[in-house]
Design a protein around this ligand. Sequence first.
Ligand code: S3P
Ligand code: PEP
Length: 421
Amino acid sequence: MMLAVQKSTLRGTVAAPPSKSHTHRAFILAALADGESVVSSPLIGEDTCATLDAVAALGATVSRRGDDVVIRGGGLSAPADVINCKNSGTSIRILAGVAAQIAGTVSFTGDASLCSRPMKPLLDALAELGVTVSAADNGCAPFSVTGPATGCCATIRGDISSQFISALLIGAPLGGHGLTIHLTTPLTSRPYVEMTIAAMKKRGVAVVTTGDGFIVPEGRQYLPASVRVGGDYSSAAFLFAAGALAGDVCVTNLDPADPQGDKMFIGLLELLGAVVSRKPDGTVRVGHNELRAEDVNLADAPDLFPIAAVLSTQCSGTTRLYGAAHLRFKESDRIKSTALFLRDMGADITETEDGCIIRGPSTLHGAKVTTFGDHRIMMAAAVAGLIADGTTVIDDPGCCAVSYPAFVADMQALGADMRYL
Ligand SMILES: O=C(O)C1=C[C@@H](OP(=O)(O)O)[C@@H](O)[C@H](O)C1
Ligand SMILES: C=C(OP(=O)(O)O)C(=O)O
């Protein structure tokens, strides 16, 4: 299947889909707490369903109650079958940290993209904790871990994926003996670790932040909790950008107090000159205006890169998106895949090691876009198609189901001319 996108004007209101990152954490932490937790309005997407299937395989009891997911956790054990995390980095990394604290061998795999993404720094840290690890020669999935971990001190780099740190933190209370994490590099994607720490705190485990890492105190156990998952600022960024480039879009279901780092996109839109209004209830409305270029450090918000690049093609002047070399380890090498489709659409974009340089504004034209099965490339290209002359044809549009299954339907409801071929 392909998606054909034509130039369109968008107008209207749409609710942001539930947060992928919060949903992963809510499902996993519910499985680790003795007793029943209710997760209201979770994201039911391909990545979060991979996590839900995995926690069920590890022994949690999972049921649906209307839109809620009810999880009875505690007493997890190693399953006989391999856990397939499909396309989801968050699932495989955090669950590896959990499996390391369980007695027995847990094996993991994923799709071709996931099996090429880095795991070695995490697997090395788990080995340092006394876990037996067996992985492919390149250190990626498929791999297996045999726990339980016995050590209480791990050393790990923080510049490849913050998910490694979230994995060590989330698993640690199961061991009961505490964990000290020393980072050997600066931490990128830090807000995701803050989300992890906030989610752990909500369930009774307070993490201490130190000068070079984190400490999970010994003897703390997770308590069950009932939570409602708020809207996803990373997904909302595609809606905001569509408003800024092609009309006037209002997005509801967002919490301004949410720790998601990607809410910085709203401030960025203001800085670039878009018409932005924010209501105290979190509703954000974004409308079209002339935009000017700014340099943007995306070290802490890498998921915004593809859509920030689309936006930058319409800014007057030279934009430098930088600080995010870890974009090369996502579902695709997102610096390469973004530069490829934007160049094909007529943008002036040059890749750098940790981002790109874009000279704008450019008149975009339709092109055939390869998504590499990467949801954020698909959604960014679809938004670019809304302002391009001619038809933009995007391959594998179904890949947005990873994080935002209703993306095309929501865009169509706002007036986007998007049709499946
Ligand atoms: O912990 C999380 O929920 C995530 C962390 C980030 O990954 P990195 O830490 O690998 O940058 C982000 O890109 C991903 O979409 C979700
Ligand atoms: C990188 C992403 O997710 P994950 O690492 O969980 O695959 C993403 O959603 O953009």
